[in-house]
Design a protein around this ligand. Structure first.
Ligand SMILES: [Ca+2]
Length: 436
């Protein structure tokens, strides 16, 4: 979780599978998976594990449901101590309902993890670009005042809005209060969600929000920009001048709040997010992801702008990213990229924000093709990890998560075997390693 306390509902990469577990009981399942793997092999172990997991979630839902009323009594007391008004506590806690689906979604484990190609093409599409340009034109004057005050260009604000909720077209349908109460009464992250619940209740008092209007994601993200109650409380501001902050119904409030939030996160005015670039032949991909150098230094390595013109001479620090491996696009990213990742801690998300913003402002799309590679199957990544460990590349546990250690292991294997060392598990790479 990022320190801005925005709970990510978009768990598509890196964060799937086992790192969402924390309780002792769930750690037991991770351990049992390792033991089962050693006895039955990976595929059978995963099948056994999957059944055990479904039963575990079903049991958990029942236990939480049975304990819900008692838990609400305790949360009610805590809410009073937190400073929520007693009238609010009395009226709202009487209406709280347990939502089984919230627990199921919280514990869901995808079988596949998106590649950059599928993530990107679903998000930065013609519809979002066209609609974004319309919204940009519609709010043009207002956006100018926000840029003057906070330093964030309007096309970025529109881009965040488009990626979060399709410009307000889909803000989520789950009751925020019931979702948060369900999660507050679940052991996994009870303290975090209790705090969010109490802040949501306080927002009802301070901003006149109602239970009926407070609908959003299953994890409690609210309104046009999907702010959690903590972010809403700490960063949301009134944009349309009615002295209330309404991220559900006021587009201006939402845009102003996004600008204020990014400014407070440290957005550098006048600096872009990064840019697509072209790499020379035989480029050393071991520099990707890790190395931070000035644009001038990258330029001396032969990197060009995506349109084939030279990079500017500049001491701006940049990092090179190749999210789809050497067959896909390459990007140099600057300091504001890190700020975007503090809104949502995902490299794919940050690239999508930047590229969509470019195109909303009239720029062109990606120059490089997106390689048509299948999504990663978690079991395949786990097999790959086992094999790399056997071959002496220490990538840690075979947990199916494509983390930095796994990337580094793949990169080392590729370098040792005269392959392009991009650390990317393309189908060919997976096959080569498994058959090695
Ligand atoms: Ca307002």
């Amino acid at each position: 979780m990022t320190k801005i306390l925005r709970y990510q509902t978009d768990r598509l990469f890196f964060t799937s599978f086992i790192n969402v577990v924390s309780s002792y009981k769930e750690k037991y399942y991770t351990l049992s998976l390792l033991i089962l793997t050693s006895i039955f092999g990976l595929n059978t172990a995963y099948a056994i594990e999957k059944d055990a997991r479904s039963q575990y979630v079903a049991d958990l839902v029942e236990n939480n449901r049975n304990a819900f009323n008692q838990c609400l009594l305790e949360k009610q007391q805590e809410a009073i101590e937190f400073g929520v008004s007693s009238t609010r506590v009395e009226t709202e806690f009487a209406k709280m309902e347990f939502i089984p689906r919230v627990i199921e979604l919280d514990r869901s484990q995808p079988e596949f993890v998106s590649t950059f190609s599928s993530y990107y093409s679903k998000r930065v599409n013609e519809w979002r670009i066209t609609k974004g340009r319309e919204k940009y034109a519609e709010h043009k004057d207002f956006l100018k005042t926000l840029t003057a005050k906070y330093g964030i260009p309007g096309h970025y604000l529109i881009s965040f809005w488009g990626l979060e909720t399709n410009y307000g077209g889909y803000k989520g349908k789950m009751s925020t209060l019931d979702s948060l109460a369900t999660l507050a009464c679940d052991a996994r992250r009870s303290a975090f969600f209790s705090n969010e619940l109490f802040l949501a209740l306080k927002l009802m008092d301070s901003q006149g929000l109602t239970r009926e209007s407070m609908k959003g994601s299953w994890a409690g993200a609210m309104g046009h920009t999907q702010f959690m109650p903590t972010t809403y409380t700490g960063y949301a501001i009134d944009g349309d001048g009615d002295n209330k902050i309404d991220l559900y119904n006021s587009e201006k409030d939402a845009l102003a709040s996004a600008a204020n939030f990014l400014w407070k996160l440290g957005w550098k005015a006048g600096l872009r997010w990064g840019r697509e670039v072209l790499l020379p032949n035989n480029f050393d991909y071991q520099l990707a992801n890790k190395q931070v150098m000035s644009i001038t230094e990258w330029k001396t390595l032969g990197i060009m702008q995506a349109n084939g013109t030279p990079l500017p001479v500049s001491d701006i620090e940049a990092r090179l990213r190749v999210p789809a491996g050497h067959q896909g696009p390459a990007f140099l990213t600057y300091e504001n990229f890190r700020i975007i990742m503090r809104w949502n801690n995902s490299e794919f998300y940050a690239i999508a924000v930047g590229q969509l913003a470019n195109q909303i402002a009239g720029g062109t799309g990606l120059v490089s093709n997106l390689p048509d590679l299948p999504n990663f199957k978690i079991t395949d990544i786990a097999k790959l990890q086992s094999k790399l460990n056997t071959l002496g590349y220490d990538v840690g546990g075979a947990d199916g998560i494509m983390g930095p250690a796994t990337r580094e292991g793949i990169r080392q294997f590729q370098a040792d075997n005269k392959l392009v060392a991009d650390g990317f598990p393309s189908p060919q790479t997976i096959e080569t390693i498994l058959n090695f």
